[in-house]
Design a protein around this ligand. Structure first.
Ligand SMILES: [Zn+2]
Length: 168
């Protein structure tokens, strides 16, 4: 009998404060804006949500446990490297990403035109086809921290599979 893979979903969510004088990184893409996001690393809010979703699906805690924001090692870290570190580890454990769906909430800049580029970049970084990635963008409807332009948030959901450990 053919063994079925193990299916696991994971979700991730992240928030960063907007701040002037830093580049705005979203999904590993440098998005043109008059401000960036504050944080210990490059504050790529979308990649952080994706990392947490992957760690969630594979039952490995959260991004803060993997990359403590007190660690000098991760100061101004490129979040692409953090993601690579996590994906290398889960691939070694036999996990495969089936699909990623994510949402970025930002009042400014308008992200509609950036979505295709962010989608391609995520597909490259995660070693899957663009068809397995979906990127959604919303405004903050002018209310709350996102709507006032004080923060950008992102959320992500992934489905991961791996063959049961005892099967070959
Ligand atoms: Zn973050």
């Amino acid at each position: 009998m053919q063994e079925l893979p193990v299916y696991r979903v994971g979700e991730g969510h992240d928030t960063h404060r907007t701040v002037s004088g830093r580049p705005l990184m979203l999904g590993g893409v440098h998005v043109t804006a008059e401000f960036g996001l504050d944080g210990h690393s490059d504050a790529d809010v979308l990649l952080h949500a994706v990392i947490d979703a992957i760690l969630g699906a594979t039952g490995q805690g959260d991004i803060g446990e993997w990359f403590p924001n007190t660690a000098a090692e991760w100061k101004d870290a490129d979040s692409v490297e953090l993601l690579q570190h996590v994906t290398d580890s889960v691939v070694k454990d036999g996990w495969k990403l089936e699909n990623l769906d994510c949402t970025i909430c930002a009042e400014r800049p308008r992200l509609g035109e950036w979505k295709p580029q962010i989608r391609r970049r995520l597909a490259d970084l995660l070693n899957v086809s663009s068809a397995d990635i979906n990127v959604k963008a919303k405004s903050g409807e002018a209310v709350g921290p996102v709507g006032r332009g004080e923060a950008i948030t992102a959320s992500a959901v992934v489905l991961m599979t791996r063959m049961p450990k005892d099967s070959k």
